[in-house]
Each structure stands twice: as C-alpha cells, then as structure tokens.
Ligand binder design. Structure first.
Ligand code: XMP
Length: 325
C-alpha cells in the first residue's frame, strides 16, 4: 500500500542518486506542488537546490511576503526572491486584450527566468512539479530522442507557454510525476506544509492581471488587492473556504455613479466570483448566504477607495468561465 512516508523516503533516495553533487533549480510559485517539491529536494540535496521565486506583482495581497517568510523563517529553505513587478507592469502598459495579456506575461516570465537562471547558475537540473496527469498529457514532447530522458523544453510554471532556449534545456527532475493532486496534498501535509498551502484554492499563473479587465495599472492592482483580501477574509471567517473551489474579486474597467455621505461618487465596480466545482472543468456559483454577501459588499465599498459598487456573478460554467479573462 502507498504511504506518504514510503513515498518521501523513496523520492529522497531517488533524488540523491540522480543528482549526485550537481545543482538543481526550482521555480517556486507558492502552490502546493512547487512547495512540496522544494521540501523534498531540500531534504535530499540541501544547498545544491536553488529555489527561485519570481514576483510578477500579480499575487494577492501579502502573499509574496508571506511565502518568502514562510520558507526562510519556518522551513529554513533559502529562497531567491526576484522582484520583477515594475517590469511586468511596463510590459503590459496599454495592453487590453486578454490573450495578448496572457501572452506577454508568459513571455516576460520566460525572459526573467532565463536571466535569473543564468545569473544564479549554471544548473544541471530543473525541478518541476509535474503530476501524473501532466505526464500523460505531454507523453513524448518532453523526451530527448537521443537519450530518452525527459528534458525541459518549456517551463510548466502555470503559464503553459514559453519555449526555453537550447542552452537552458535542463534535464528535468520530476519527483511528483507518479502522483495525483490529492496524493501531493497528503505528502505536503506529512512533511509539514501548513494547511494554508496544502488546501490553497487554485490561482492562475497570470494572477490578478487577468482579474483586472482591460489595462492593468498599479492603481487598479492596489484596489483589486484590497477588495480581494476582504473577500478572502470574510469567506474564511464564515467557514466557507472549504465549501468553494475559488473565491475572488474581479475589477471592471468602467465606472458607475454612486453616493456616499452627501457626495456623488464615480468609481469602479467589483465583481465577486465565488464558485463550487469538482475539477474546474465545470462550476456553479456558490450559494453564499446573503448576510455574508452583505458584509463583503459593505466592507469593500467602505474600505476600498475607488470602488462604489459590488455585484455577484451568478453564471455557471459553462457557459461562463471561472475567470473573467
Ligand atoms: P476558467 O476561467 O477557464 O478556469 O474556467 C478554470 C480553472 O483554471 C484556472 N486558470 C488558470 N490556471 N494558469 C493556471 O494555472 C492559467 O493561466 C489559468 N487560467 C485559468 C482558473 O483559476 C480555474 O481554476
């Protein structure tokens, strides 16, 4: 029978045998896969591992700081924090088309990844949190026809884009490749990852950039981060986190009229998107109690400057998607 202890022991042994005294690079995202991976690798090879965290500036409020602190202070795993916030904002300047935004973010991610891996390298291996379903999906695209070994032609990195240049086609190390998601969670938990990472809702690679419709600006990011934090706080405090697949805020690039005190306001609306789902392929809007919706709405309008209206998205998937872009 499969046990987490046996898995960890075997994975550590395998990593040691394969890596020897070589160096491994890992791109940390803060999700359960890359975090579990970091743990296993660090346990196996210690400082031969370099964890790189690229901050695009599109994570949720306080998450980058929290991730770095968690790894450094609690897990004692060193992290190379790369602040690329301004760079991504500049790349997105004036861009409004959703596909174009995704393409630019993916492209920029690869460029930062390349530069930083050259700066910190050289590395022999790239660790990826490939899971069993991904292995099946990319059955031969990643296999070197000469050696039969799996190599990185792309980085997974939740962007699903971006070919790597020839000299950066590291050999892949994929200790999670036989696992399904629920098994990764079990392993993560058994090696001491906190529940906040183990149970984390899915979060798209392009992050908040695709939850601001139209142009992404620093001002809009700040507004969305604050509104989104309130959604998360209220969902958590009301014990609804585990009942939903995702719960987040979306900012629309339009303004509507409102009134506050005796002042007319003209500001952005925030959309609440809270859904239930088994696998993200289909979804339904969550029947969140009215009093919770009321608190979320009041808090956002009162606490977040630049927002004067909150609406609830009651579209299922299909025909809607979970994200708005
Ligand atoms: P949609 O919006 O297509 O989303 O209904 C389905 C699920 O996928 C997530 N999602 C992404 N995840 N990179 C990711 O890793 C992405 O670019 C991306 N876009 C959407 C979405 O949050 C939902 O859970």
């Amino acid at each position: 029978t499969w046990t987490t202890d046996a898995f960890v022991e075997e994975a550590v042994r395998e990593i040691k045998a394969r890596v020897g005294n070589k160096r491994v690079l890992l791109a940390l995202s803060g999700g359960v896969d890359s975090s579990t991976l970091a743990f296993l690798l660090y346990k196996a090879i210690g400082e031969q591992l370099t964890c790189m965290f690229i901050d695009q500036g599109f994570m949720r409020k306080l998450e980058p700081e929290r991730l770095v602190k968690l790894f450094k202070d609690e897990f004692h795993i060193p992290v190379e924090y790369v602040n690329a916030r301004q760079r991504f904002l500049t790349a997105l300047d004036g861009i409004t088309d959703p596909e174009e935004k995704r393409r630019i973010i993916g492209h920029e991610f690869i460029r930062v990844f390349e530069e930083e891996s050259r700066r910190l390298g050289p590395f022999d291996y790239l660790a990826q949190g490939t899971l069993y379903p991904d292995v099946i999906e990319s059955a031969d695209t990643n296999v070197d026809p000469q050696t039969g070994e799996r190599v990185a032609v792309k980085i997974k990195s939740h962007h699903n884009v971006g070919g790597l240049p020839k000299d950066l086609r590291f050999k892949l190390i994929e200790p999670l490749r036989k696992l399904f998601k629920d098994e990764v969670r079990k392993v993560g938990r058994s090696i001491g990852l906190p529940e906040e990472i183990v149970q984390r809702h899915p979060f798209p690679g392009p992050g908040l950039a695709i939850r601001i419709l139209g142009e992404v600006t620093a001002e809009r990011l700040n507004i969305l981060r604050d509104a989104d934090l309130i959604v998360r706080q209220e969902i958590n405090q009301n014990g609804l986190y585990h009942d939903c697949w995702q719960a987040f805020a979306v900012l629309l690039p339009i303004k509507s009229v409102g009134v506050m005190g005796d002042q007319r306001t003209y500001a952005y609306p925030i959309v609440l998107r809270i859904v239930t789902s088994e696998d993200g392929m289909t979804a339904d809007w969550a029947r969140v109690p009215y009093d919770v919706l009321e608190v979320i709405s009041n808090r956002i309008v009162n606490e977040v400057k630049g927002v004067n209206r909150v609406v609830y998205d009651i579209t299922s998937k299909p025909p809607g998607t979970i994200e708005w872009e």
